[in-house]
Design a protein around this ligand. Structure first.
Ligand code: HEM
Ligand SMILES: *[C@@H]1O[C@H](CO)[C@@H](O)[C@H](O)[C@H]1NC(C)=O
Ligand SMILES: *[C@@H]1O[C@H](CO)[C@@H](O)[C@H](O)[C@H]1NC(C)=O
Length: 340
């Protein structure tokens, strides 16, 4: 009996020792959240990389002022499916399954040509050195900057995945129940507060009518219009997104509305002020005002733009660390659309 207890104690102690020794190793391999990314990763191998990305994104932004929203969404959809591994850019894989970008959750996603342009330029400058996953992260940072926030530092060293599967795309939709949304982000290591902070990205860019027009016309059996919508705002939305079948189908599908009716090109805390007035397109955003777990933070962020922008930059950096591949994992693609 006594001997059994001693053996048990030894096994317990050993298992703790093993956990203590092994945990930091898996973290160094990029499996953990404090993974092996670091700022200045390319300072020797491709010292101009961040400047090159900045110049190309800034030039493209002059032609297309709505580009920043697209690039931030592209990066977030890369990070929240598997991890920030450029899997969203692949057009084919060895298994020939449908790829992520074909999934419904990635409808209207764009920015691929710009990533190609950056990659082509970087392959001239420093061949097979900069991953597509890091290009997405650098480009998203420039987007944040061009939309009016300070340039945040971007830890780099991500590598590119060889696989991409539409069936992995479990991204939440605007109609996903809030508890499921919270679970989804928790599993990715993003806290509820960070989700509220990151959702401020919906102060730039657009949403297509199909994501929210049910809130105007057929919300539920007792209320045709979502009572959480500001009625003045709803009236305006109805002119931009008319009832189904009043426009030709292909025209209706293209219709999109700015997230922020006041400063649509500026990344700011207006998103939270709009939320408080019922001026939001997505039900998944509007819920943050009424849910007791998030309502206080929404009010805080609405009244403190400094606090929001500081926390937003931190949360973007954290999002960029989601399940990355590092060191000898994955590869550095030569072309972002195909595995090597
Ligand atoms: C519950 C979570 C979220 C849901 C349900 C959601 C849903 C959506 C939807 C439906 C659109 C409209 C796409 C279109 O019609 O083209 C959109 C756009 C966008 N989302 Fe989210 N989103 C979520 C979280 C996030 C997060 C965490 C970020 C960033 C950090 C983000 C950044 C953006 C941006 C920048 C756009 C504008 C895209 C453009 O203008 O092309 N979203 N989102
Ligand atoms: C319709 O939506 C309102 C507002 O969210 C809610 O109070 C009501 O219970 C819903 N009715 C039905 C039948 O689901
Ligand atoms: C709805 O929008 C109007 C016009 O922008 C604003 O004055 C009003 O306060 C808003 N209503 C609510 C309930 O916030």
């Amino acid at each position: 009996m006594r001997r059994l207890m001693i053996i048990e104690t030894i096994i317990f102690t050993l298992s703790i020792v093993i956990v203590v020794i092994i945990a930091p190793c898996t973290e160094a391999a990029g499996k953990g959240l404090g993974n092996g990314l670091n700022v200045g990763f390319y300072s020797r191998s491709c010292p101009n990389v961040e400047k090159i990305v900045a110049d190309i994104v800034s030039e493209a932004n002059r032609q297309d002022p709505k580009l920043p929203g697209a690039l931030i969404r592209l990066f977030s959809h890369d990070c929240f499916v598997k991890g920030c591994d450029a899997s969203i850019l692949l057009e084919t894989t060895r298994s020939k399954e449908p790829v992520e970008k074909k999934a419904q959750g990635n409808d209207f996603i764009r920015g691929f040509e710009l990533i190609d342009e950056i990659k082509a330029r970087l392959e001239q400058e420093c061949p097979q050195t900069v991953s597509c996953a890091d290009i997405l992260a650098f480009a998203a940072r420039e987007a944040v900057f061009l939309a009016g926030l300070p340039r945040h530092k971007v830890p780099a060293g991500r590598r590119d995945s060889r696989t991409s599967r539409a069936s992995d795309v479990g991204l939440p939709a605007p109609t996903t129940p809030f508890n499921d949304i919270i679970d989804f982000f928790t599993r990715k290591g993003i806290t509820l507060d960070e989700l509220v902070v990151l959702s401020g990205a919906h102060s730039i860019g657009v949403a297509h009518c199909s994501f929210f027009d049910y809130r105007l016309y057929n919300f539920n059996t007792s209320q045709p219009q979502d009572p959480a919508l500001n009625s003045t705002y709803a009236a305006d939305l109805s002119t931009k997104c008319p009832k189904q079948n009043t426009l030709p189908a292909d025209e209706a599908k293209k219709r999109a509305v700015d997230f922020d009716p006041t400063t649509p090109l500026v990344l700011d805390n207006n998103f939270y002020l709009n939320l408080l007035q019922g001026k939001t397109l997505l039900q998944s955003d509007q819920i943050m005002v009424s849910d007791p777990r998030t309502s206080a933070l929404v009010k805080t962020l609405a009244s403190d733009s400094e606090a929001w922008s500081r926390r937003f930059a931190k949360a973007m950096i954290k999002m960029g660390r989601t399940n990355v591949l590092t060191r000898d994992e994955g590869e550095i693609r030569k072309n972002c659309r195909t595995f090597n």
